[in-house]
Each structure stands twice: as structure tokens, then as C-alpha cells.
Design a protein around this ligand. Structure first.
Ligand code: FAQ
Length: 337
């Protein structure tokens, strides 16, 4: 039976209520123990007591992250058959398989919080859980594969390295391996774009066009501005997020701006320049209205991505049934032995 009422994202940002004993008089003493662990920068593990709102917030974020990895396979998977060489095809296949692996670690991490992967996938299909805005943009040319690696994986790493220190153990540990693999992904994107940028004029133009299209959506994928971020303050107090959306955005721009120079490509931001006083790059205002629209379902590929995921899920039903039948047969044989 589904228990989605418990895990929908809507209530996830509510302040901790004291968990199961909220109705009883006085604060729950376990709340103080939980907070002491957080304050001491210790990890919360699945069997530890945790406030219900902490659990819900983690389920929301981890599920959204897992869905992003799986939906994120679509834009690049689109290019596997058209990769320009065997080497490029092998690299891209390895990358897309890595994304599937990341999704699986993350669904497993979410399951330690008492939800079932099937429930989370149902919520995604019903539009009640999200995935990253960035995967609602199309991959129009081969250079887009490079731009995704360089910029999208670059933004993902910037966001995910601090998540290795997330207060919830299974999520933080999953992030360690994910980040190692994402670093390879970013590197391959950079190398691909570098080759195109230093190739023929037409190849250079294709690389520049891809960067023009992916630059702003990558900056926006780090989330709404801090003033509009509903969950940041509580998630930071709980040690889930370590930095705010705007702090991570600045880090991301500081990382990729000098890399663009090495690539010989120009970010589409006339305001991008080093600020000696701040010790950071200044950059223009992202279009957060566009982010809101895309998150709200009205991006260029939202419907296509959702429909493709649903179809793949339905087409794969026989695999899940076969695996369950095999597991039942195996369990019966083991019990009889
Ligand atoms: N897209 O209060 P905040 C990848 C929602 S993995 C869609 O700031 P929070 C690997 C947010 O959920 C990329 N929705 O929220 C790869 C909330 O709505 P809700 C995914 C967004 O959670 C590379 C509302 O807006 N990474 O790229 C987005 O504190 C290449 C208010 O926002 C992760 O998921 C968005 N961009 O901060 C794969 C990392 N931004 O839930 C293939 C883990 C915000 O209340 C190829 N997640 N929203 O209905 C996080 O770090 C956080 O969840 C943030 C958002 C930073 C994304």
C-alpha cells in the first residue's frame, strides 16, 4: 500500500515538531539528543531517532536527486548512437551508466528512511516529486554533450561535494563515490569541448552555441536565490545543506569562468568579470522566472522527459516481475534446503 501522504514534499519544510510525541506535553528529550549530534557534527544514522520533518526533508531531497540522475540520462543518452567516434561512444556510455548507478545509490539511501523506491517513482510520475530543471532542455548538437559535462556536471559537483558531509550518514556516504564519478564526467565534458573549440571554425561555433544555451540554465539549476529558498535555512540548521544556493552559485561561477578562458569560449554574460575586491567573479542576474517556469512544468522538454520515463517504466514491468518471481523461487528453494 502506498503511504505517499507521509512523504509528499509539501510538508517537508515544516519545523521539527518533536516527532511522534508531538501531542504529548513538553519537548521530546530525544529531540535534544538529536540536536546535540547535529551540533557536534556527528552523523545521524537510519536507526537513530530523528524529527519527522528532518526525515521528510531528506526523503524529498534525496528522491529529487535520484530522479534527476535517472531523468538526466535522457538528454545525453540521445547522443549515444550518434557519438562521432568509438572512443567518444565508449566514454558517453560509461557516463550514462554512471548516472543510472547514482540514481540507484540514492534510491537506496532514501529507502533507509522507510520509503519504498516504487512509491517514490509513483510520486515522480504523478508530478508530486520533482527532478532538476536542467534536464528539461534539449541536446541539439554533439557539443551539448560537452556542455552538459562541463557545466551541468560542474554545477552538480559544486553542490554535491558539501553533501558528502551531510548529517544523514547514508546520503553523505553515497555522495563520496558519486562525486568521484562526477569529476570524471566534468573532465570529459571539458576535454570534448576543448577539442571542438580548437577544431574547425564550424566545430568552434558549435561549441560556443552549446555554451550559450547551457550557461544560464546551469547557473539557475543551483536553486532559487536565497531570499526565495524555502528550505535552505532549516536544511542548513540540520546539516543537510552546508552552503546556501547563492553561495554555491558563486563557487560555481568562480570555478568555470577561468576554465572558459582555457577553452577559448565566451560565456554569454557581459557582466562576468573578476572583482579584485571581493576575490570573486561578478556575474549577471540569472533568469529566476525561467527557473520557476521550468520547475513548474513548462520547460522545453518537461512533457517529453516525463512521458519517456513513464513508458520506460511500463515497458520494464516484466523485468521487475521476473526478478520478483526469481527471488521468490530462490527463497522457496533456500527455505526447503
Ligand atoms: N530544479 O528551498 P529550495 C546532476 C525546488 S544531479 C527543480 O532552495 P532546496 C547529475 C526545490 O526542490 C542534479 N526544482 O530547495 C547529472 C523546492 O521545491 P519543493 C540534481 C528545484 O531543496 C549531471 C523549491 O524549488 N541535484 O545534475 C531546483 O533547499 C549530468 C525551493 O527551493 C540534486 O538534486 C531545480 N534546479 O535546494 C546527471 C542535489 N532548485 O521540493 C546527468 C541535491 C530548487 O519544496 C547528467 N539537492 N528546486 O517542492 C539539493 O542540493 C537541493 O535540493 C537544491 C534545492 C539545491 C537543488
Amino acid at each position: 500500500m502506498r503511504s505517499s501522504g507521509q512523504i509528499e514534499h509539501g510538508a517537508a519544510g515544516v519545523a521539527p515538531s518533536g516527532g511522534e510525541t508531538a501531542a504529548s506535553a513538553g519537548p521530546d528529550p530525544r529531540e535534544a539528543e538529536f540536536q546535540a549530534l547535529i551540533d557536534a557534527d556527528q552523523r545521524i544514522e537510519p536507526r537513530d531517532w530523528m524529527p519527522e520533518a528532518y526525515r521528510k526533508t531528506l526523503i524529498r531531497q534525496i528522491a529529487q536527486h535520484a530522479h534527476s540522475e535517472i531523468i538526466g540520462m535522457q538528454p545525453e543518452g540521445n547522443w549515444i548512437t550518434r557519438a562521432p567516434s568509438l572512443r567518444r561512444k565508449a566514454i558517453l556510455m560509461a557516463k550514462v551508466q554512471d548516472e543510472a548507478g547514482h540514481g540507484l545509490y540514492l534510491y537506496c539511501a532514501a529507502e533507509t528512511l522507510g520509503v519504498d523506491r516504487a512509491e517514490l517513482i509513483d510520486l515522480l510520475h504523478e508530478g508530486r516529486q520533482k527532478y532538476s530543471s536542467i534536464f528539461n532542455y534539449p541536446t541539439l548538437t554533439w557539443a551539448d554533450v560537452g556542455a552538459i559535462g562541463w557545466l551541468v556536471d560542474g554545477a552538480a559537483i559544486t553542490n554535491q561535494i558539501p553533501l558528502c558531509r551531510c548529517s544523514f550518514g547514508p546520503y553523505g556516504r553515497a555522495m563520496v563515490r558519486v562525486c568521484k564519478e562526477e569529476s570524471f564526467h566534468q573532465r570529459q565534458g571539458f576535454e570534448l569541448l576543448y577539442a571542438l573549440s580548437h577544431g574547425t571554425p564550424a566545430q568552434h561555433e558549435m561549441a560556443q552555441d552549446a555554451v550559450n544555451r547551457w550557461w544560464w540554465p546551469s547557473i539557475e539549476m543551483l536553486g532559487p536565490p536565497d531570499t526565495e529558498s524555502t528550505h535552505s535555512a532549516q536544511s542548513m540548521a540540520w546539516g543537510i545543506k552546508r552552503f546556501s544556493n547563492d553561495e554555491l552559485r558563486q563557487r560555481f561561477v568562480d570555478m568555470v569562468a577561468p576554465q572558459a578562458v582555457v577553452l577559448g569560449l565566451t560565456p554569454p554574460d557581459p557582466e562576468l568579470r573578476w572583482n579584485e575586491q571581493r576575490g570573486h567573479y561578478d556575474f549577471g542576474q540569472p533568469d529566476f522566472e525561467e527557473l520557476r517556469r521550468v520547475v513548474g512544468g513548462d520547460g522545453p522538454c518537461n512533457r517529453q522527459r516525463a512521458a519517456h520515463h513513464l513508458k520506460a517504466h511500463e515497458d520494464g514491468a516484466w523485468v521487475r516481475e521476473a526478478a520478483a518471481a526469481y527471488a521468490a523461487k530462490h527463497a522457496a528453494t533456500t527455505a526447503a534446503a
